[in-house]
Design a protein. Structure first.
Length: 626
């Protein structure tokens, strides 16, 4: 372990017997009924100082808070940021602080079942430290590098600096995979007639094996994030990916609904405001797991898996088909709109007086501007395209498994209906802008104004014009879902309009990636409430850029009048995204939740080990196939 000044090591000891702290290489020892005697050793050839503290706590999700409080107390008392060399009477956590000159090297070893004589213990310590450990680490690093190259073939695609970031992206994503256990809190008030108060129940005790976006900030599973995570993970290890997807499908209730956020256990609960904990069974989230499943199915068709993996995938799809079918039907039935083949996200607040534009958290795009006045007349373009994607995937699974479905559940017919360009254009296309839009009860003349409300001054929404049913004139990520879904024919003039909008620097295009919302939008970088800063209102998000890049790659290989333009845009956008993320990683050591549209700097949660890791797919030119 290499340090650059000082660091802390935390050890969790469930029970404590005969605990000793020593100044020699043996840091601590004790005994547990499950592993017997244990020892913790430190070995280093450098001159190091050691401090420690022992705590007793039932909460292991907030150990860093305990350490920070302890260090702050010592700093106030003695002006030194060091642990006090003290311990509670019965500690179940030991924290060691090792201080040394820059740079220094140290190895830390935990050994269980240490009933043998001291010479044998010393031999075991030596075998796990020094050159033995260094050689083993080099071997593992080499094996990792070789697997990265075998899967993603980066050497032919990008430079060495980019390759190192690609390796970090994959490693960070895999390293953040975790196991969670607990019960979701379900709010039934929206499903009960005449209910004026929240009616909460607990979901069954559930386990979830999943990747997470950012373990330090978002230590929980997100349904729409996970599909993007799996685009990387299934390529790395199909068994891990199937296991994770299976865990998510196991969270489905009898109606086919999966809670969109999995807040399971104390760690997850400690990192989320209380008002966001309850999950609503009327509300969905983009079914992005179908993105990953589409990729896996195409891998099967292209013989990208060995015989054993092919067999495992087929068996998984056979067993999962019933749940996938129920999941699709839940979206198709509960999220459908007033007009045939239209859909709208449930969960928008049509009574709010505080939000400039009522949020659509269920879409995953949070504060991205929709119709100003939520209603059942809304038609959400992105949801329509997500349902089409799910239908395409289910149709592929049907064909793969030679399944015959009932006429009312014919996925081929659903795909034909939702990919009908004439129907799509009638419902969502505007000839003047040459763009696809949401539809709803909308006015642009809405503002936040300071008013005295409930004995205090607040920003309150003020509507200056009566809303009318119309297309919602906002340019941003949502407009390009038909483009991302490859619904637009390669020879259509509409494709040319899409390319013009995407490449327009006055709207979306930057040297760092595509903005989430055009600079010309009335809500560009606007606060949604007094305290809610803009989130999907201009900054650059990598998951959506990945999907646009994937579509550009598709159209660059499709013959047609706009093939060359698509190819030029693809190369430039890919270069911009990779260059900026690599630069940020070199400057900060992190992948970021989002990137600033003005200067390209990383913003939001970090290290963001979630969908930002799709940068490695951009490097590899490995895209979702629909």
């Amino acid at each position: 372990m290499v340090g650059t000044g000082q660091f802390g090591l935390m050890c969790r000891l469930i029970s404590r017997e005969n605990l000793n702290i020593r100044e020699s290489s043996l840091l601590a020892s004790g005994s547990r009924t499950d592993i017997g005697n244990w020892q913790l050793h430190l070995k280093s050839t450098d001159d190091l100082k050691l401090h420690y503290s022992g705590f007793h706590t039932p909460h292991f999700h907030n150990l860093s808070d305990l350490v920070e409080e302890n260090l702050a107390s010592q700093t106030r008392k003695h002006g030194q940021m060091q642990l006090p060399d003290s311990s509670d009477d019965s500690p179940n956590v030991l924290v060691f602080q090792i201080i040394g000159g820059f740079p220094f090297t140290t190895d830390i070893v935990f050994i269980s079942a240490t009933n043998s004589e001291s010479s044998r213990v010393e031999k075991r310590v030596n075998s796990l430290t020094g050159d033995s450990l260094s050689n083993e680490l080099k071997y593992k690093e080499q094996a990792y590098d070789e697997k990265i190259e075998k899967i993603f073939n980066l050497a032919e695609k990008v430079d060495s600096e980019s390759i190192s970031v690609g390796k970090a992206a994959v490693g960070s994503l895999l390293g953040a995979i975790g196991y969670f256990y607990g019960q979701s809190k379900i709010d039934l008030s929206r499903t009960l007639i005449h209910s004026e108060h929240a009616a909460y129940i607990s979901y069954w005790p559930a386990e979830l094996y999943t990747a997470v976006p950012c373990r330090s900030t978002f230590p929980r599973g997100f349904l729409w994030d996970e599909g993007f995570h799996q685009l990387v993970i299934w390529r790395w290890d199909i068994q891990i990916s199937l296991d994770i997807i299976g865990h998510w499908l196991d969270l489905m209730n009898i109606d086919g609904w999966i809670p969109r956020e999995q807040i399971l256990g104390a760690e997850a609960l400690s990192r989320i405001p209380e008002e966001y904990v309850p999950q609503h069974p009327t509300n969905g989230n983009p079914p992005t797991l179908f993105l990953a499943l589409n990729g896996i199915i195409n891998g099967l068709k292209n013989n990208e898996f060995n015989v054993m993996d092919r067999s495992e995938i087929s068996l998984f799809l056979e067993r999962a088909f019933g749940r996938l079918d129920a999941w699709f039907q839940w979206y198709n039935e509960t999220q459908s709109g007033e007009q045939m083949s239209s859909y709208y996200w449930r969960g928008r607040d049509n009574m709010t007086t505080l939000q400039l534009n009522p949020q659509t958290l269920t879409s995953g795009l949070d504060d991205y501007p929709r119709a100003s006045h939520p209603s059942s007349d809304e038609r959400h373009l992105d949801l329509r395209c997500w349902v089409l994607l799910a239908a395409q995937c289910m149709h592929s699974i049907e064909e793969l498994l030679n399944k015959e479905t009932k006429p009312e559940k014919n996925y081929g017919s659903t795909v034909k209906l939702l990919s009908d360009l004439e129907i799509l254009n009638e419902m969502h296309f505007d000839d003047v802008h040459g763009a696809y839009f949401d539809f709803g009860n909308h006015t642009e003349k809405v503002q936040l104004k300071w008013k005295e409300l409930k004995a205090r001054r607040q920003l309150v929404r003020e509507v200056l014009e009566r809303p009318v049913l119309k297309l919602v004139p906002q340019i941003g990520y949502v407009n390009f879902f038909p483009f991302m879904g490859r619904i637009i024919p390669s020879g259509s003039w509409i494709l040319e309009k899409q390319l013009e909008l995407i490449s327009n620097r006055s709207l979306l295009w930057t040297d760092y990636g595509l903005r989430s919302l055009a600079k010309t939008s009335s809500l560009y970088m606007k606060y949604n409430t007094e305290h809610e800063a803009p989130y999907w209102r201009g900054t650059i998000w990598i998951n959506m850029n990945y999907r646009v890049l994937s579509a550009l790659h598709h159209y660059s290989e499709e013959s047609g009048p706009y093939q060359e333009k698509a190819k030029t845009m693809y190369k430039e956008l890919r270069s911009n995204l990779i260059r900026n993320m690599v630069h940020n990683y070199q400057q900060t050591g992190f992948l970021w939740e989002q990137y600033d549209q003005v200067n390209g700097k990383g913003k939001g949660a970090h290290p963001f080990t979630g969908w930002t890791s799709t940068v490695v797919l951009m490097m590899a030119e490995a895209y979702d196939i629909i």
